[in-house]
Structures are given as structure tokens and as C-alpha cells.
Design a protein around this ligand. Sequence first.
Ligand code: MN
Ligand code: MN
Length: 376
Amino acid sequence: MRRILAALVGTLVAAVLLINALLHPAQAGMAGGGSLPAFGFPFSQQPLTRYDGGTTKQVGTYNFPVSEGMAGVYMTLEPGALREMHWHAFAAEWAYVIEGRTRITLTSPEGEVQIADVDAGGLWYFPRGWGHSIEGLGPGTAKFLLVMNNGTFKEGSTFSLTDWISRTPLAWVSQDLGLSPAQVQQLPQRQVYISRKPPAPGPLAQAQPRGAGVKAMAQSHVFDLKAQPPRFARDGSELRLASAKEFPASFNMTGAIIHLEPGAMRAMHWHPNADEWQYVLDGSYELSVFAAQGQASVSKLREGDVGYVPMGYGHALRNGGSTPTDVLVVFNNGDYQSINLSEWLASNPTSVVANNLQIPPALADRLPKRDADFAP
Ligand code: MN
Ligand code: MN
């Protein structure tokens, strides 16, 4: 009897361990052999979900486990297509327009609105929970990238206007909107998500609030990132920044575009206060990540792929190709902070550096003496 019981307990323990390993493959891997999670994700190869008027695909912890701090959605909208009025309960939305033209509406808790056109190279920041919509303006397809400051975010968890009213008892909607039951029945019976019905959007000046006396938001939530002067530049490589300093509305997220010439490196560095989410706009590069405890890896990323560097992890980006590469980089902190290896070495006495690297002072003296964001 006791032997049968022991065998049963043993089987149970093995089953629990197996289930745990299946549920937490990265953790199991780390515990087993010190292997690292993937820091690159082949987002370019993910299939698109198609709607009438647009497409989407998404990346988050469910398919890219390391990306706990941020999730991404790639979306396209045809001219006249509307990503319906919605909000996100668990994430702020930071977005960059890759191609084409969009129009956004954003409503604050004070009932103030911003209605603005955002073209390629521009971005928007929507605080968590604020109501918003996006239209494709044309000509051509609008392509943009949404980055949410919550790695578990899924587009499906969005709070949508039509989902809400179609799931609320008819009498309640009738009372709330002041419509007859017959009129309420003309509203969508399920979530619309993307809508392409007339009228098509007109000029921005004609896109006015329906209500009288609705105030325009004092602070702008859109920003032209591509028009920013480079924050750092060296031999053609550049970094443009939209932190809360340049774009105050974006108080808890920062965006950047890094342009790397062939052969150039975004120098070895780390960010003390933020995770880093990357999207390859064009070209390709290699991402090297250092995770302490003797662990490091190099990932190859090409156009449309996503990279991720957890807060504090050492990293560098190197363009080993023959054409330039542009990388969209997003941080989940409005205060941009980084420490480069070069500035760390430059700020220490030669005796410390020589002792640490176990080299003669004369060789230590040859190491970088000034901060450098790029290594040409
Ligand atoms: Mn949204
Ligand atoms: Mn970085």
C-alpha cells in the first residue's frame, strides 16, 4: 500500500514538474543550463490578420517571452478606414507612422480633445485609458507601429465602442443615448474593430468636435520625430530622440530612431531605468546583449523584426551589412538615461582601469577618454 502511494506521489510530482516546464519554458531553460531567452523575434515573418480596410499583427510575451515591459502591434489602414473608437485599460499607446498618413482623435478625462493628422515619421502618445481613434487618410495605405508599455498586451483586450454598446442591454443603451429601441437596433450587433463606411475623412479643418464648446487639448500628443535634429551624430550615424523633454505629453515613454551607417555600431551601453524595444525600419543589424553571470548572445535582425533588451542589460547594435539601417527604439520611461562603456571608462582613473583590465597604464591610457554613442 505504502509503495503504491509512494509511486503515485512520485508520478504526481513528475507531472507537476513537466507541466511547470511546459508553462515556463524560458525559466526551465535558465534553471537547467543557464541558456538565455531570445532577444530577437522574426516579426517580419508573422502572418497578418486581415479586416475589411486594414491588417494587424502583434508581438508580446505570448510569442516573444522576454518582452515583458512592452508589446507591439503592426497595423495598416486603407484610405477612409477607421480603427474604431476605443481605449486600453492596461497600457499606454506609443505609435510611429512608418508610411502614409493618419488622423487621430484623443479625448482626455477632462473631456478635451485633440484631432490631428500624423504623417510618416510622426508619432503619437495616448495615455493609458484615454479614448482614441485612428483613420487612414490616403493616398495609399497607412502603415504604423503601436508600442504598448505592457508586454502582455493584446489587441483583443481593447475596450471598443461597438463591443461595449452591443453587449449592453438594449434598454440601457436606449436610455443612455436617447435613442428609440428601433434606432439602437441599427447600431452594430458586435465589435466593428475596423470600419470603412462613408463619409470619407475630409480636410483636418472640417474635422471638428460634434459638441459645442468642446475644448482643444492644451498639450499636444503628437510629435514629428523625423524632423527632430539628431541628439547624437557621428560619421553619418545618428540618434533622434523623443523623450518627455522633447515631447512632454509622453511622460512615461521615450522613442528614438537610430540610423547606422554600414560598419557602424551604436556603442556598448545600458539603460539604468528602462527596457528597450526595437523595430527594424529598414536594413539589418546584429544586436548583442549581455545578461551577466557569463551569459551573452548576438541576434540577427532584419527589416520588420523586433528586438528587446531588458532594463539594465548591456547591449550594442552593429550594422555589419553594406547598406544603412534605421531602427525604431522605444523605452518604457519618459526620462532617457543611458551609460556608455566609453563614458564609464573615461570617468575612472587610469589606475583603476589598468588594475581592472590587468594591463599596463600605458595601454589603459589608449582607451576612450570621452563619451561616444557611436563607434564608426
Ligand atoms: Mn489603441
Ligand atoms: Mn540601448
